[in-house]
Write a protein that binds this ligand. Sequence first.
Ligand code: SF4
Length: 449
Amino acid sequence: MKTIAVATIGCKTNQYETEAILNQFIESGYKLVDFSQPSEIYLINTCCVTNRAEYKSRYRIRKAFAKKSNTSKVVVTGCYVEQEPQFLKKLQNQIIQFRNDEKPQIFNCIEKNFPKEEISKSSNNFVELTTDKFYLHTRVPIKVQDGCDSFCSYCILPFVRGRPRSREPENVIKQVKKLVKNDIKEIILTGINLGLYGKEFEDYNLINLLSEISSKTNIQRIRLSSIEPMFFHERLVEYISNNEKICHHFHIPLQSGSDIILKKMNRCYTTNGFQKIINNIKNTIPDAAIGCDVIVGFPGETDEEFEKTFSFIDKLDITYLHVFRYSPREIKSEILMRSIISQGEPRPNTSSTKMKWESDGLKNRQRMHRLIKLSHKKKMKYCNFLIANQIFLKAVLETNKDGYWTSVSDHYVRVYLKDEKSKHGELKDLIAKKVHSQGNGILVGKIIF
Ligand code: SF4
């Protein structure tokens, strides 16, 4: 039997695309094997959103080379390819590369020798890539949007993913119906900038899509991936509060609690505006879990600006943080370049800038550490709130370890369940009993039905 090994780096959109490509190979008789095993095909779906993501992409490519036989093919796709880095240029005769909009053709090119040169270049529309089976996820990501034109100064995605495009609603509905038939209980709507869904349509937005999915399919749980604060509307919160299928979980990137830094980041909102979004969610859906991304060490972030961020987040009624450290990279964004220079910082990519950022490394690690501790404190507080208020949770059982099922519940808290009768993929109604002894915001639940 022919074999394929896959590795995905980066966001849920990439994870979705890997699953869709993988399904084409499996449907034609390939067997999925672990990436550490010998395989005929190694598919690496790369990311370039941070230096670390690029490093991980290169690492996986090297790993494939360490394992491959003379006849194996190493197929590299994703955002790192879009950047055309030297690393890939040097390997160009030994790997097969596909840009993001070529992903739907990977199977045909590899398996059916369809000439790569004949792949039609991307239209300005959403490139459809679908699957009705998922091999690596129990709660499955569904890509409904691609691209972004917000040009936040630290973000490379508008350059590698292109302008915003939305998936036709009927294609989403068709796919969700098939997934329901295949016993999928939870979908996670995802995109590069999900809040922009429907931007190019007339009178059709994310709320319309949610409404159609809820009414036209029997999917039981719908989760939203990250939505940027610039596109987070009160109407969405109100709609979700009246729709029982949608998880009470929001992820809204904050990035900084300093208005000066937000401006430098070209983020078009203020801390005051962000505060209003959180207050509105909590007033409308008091049990909502809210997560935020934060970047530390952005150029120009002084001790004072960081303290503003820390104390802003400390007071914010949110559940958890994802903390990232800004690191110097080839800065493509003129917006960032201009904002750094206008603040009196040295021009990026010069050795003096690199040295300065490196010497800030320890300070930034300390900042990260403080925010991670703060996140932990908030998560524990939220868990105790769920327990004290006997909030019902819903969870799709994902993995079984040491006699416990574990899953990420609709309120984005990992639950552990001791239950021998339940099966993988089942949706359970639970009640939180106590914080897990490992204290990582993990709850031990009891099955209600
Ligand atoms: S809105 Fe998100 S995807 Fe778009 S540029 Fe900003 S950070 Fe990047």
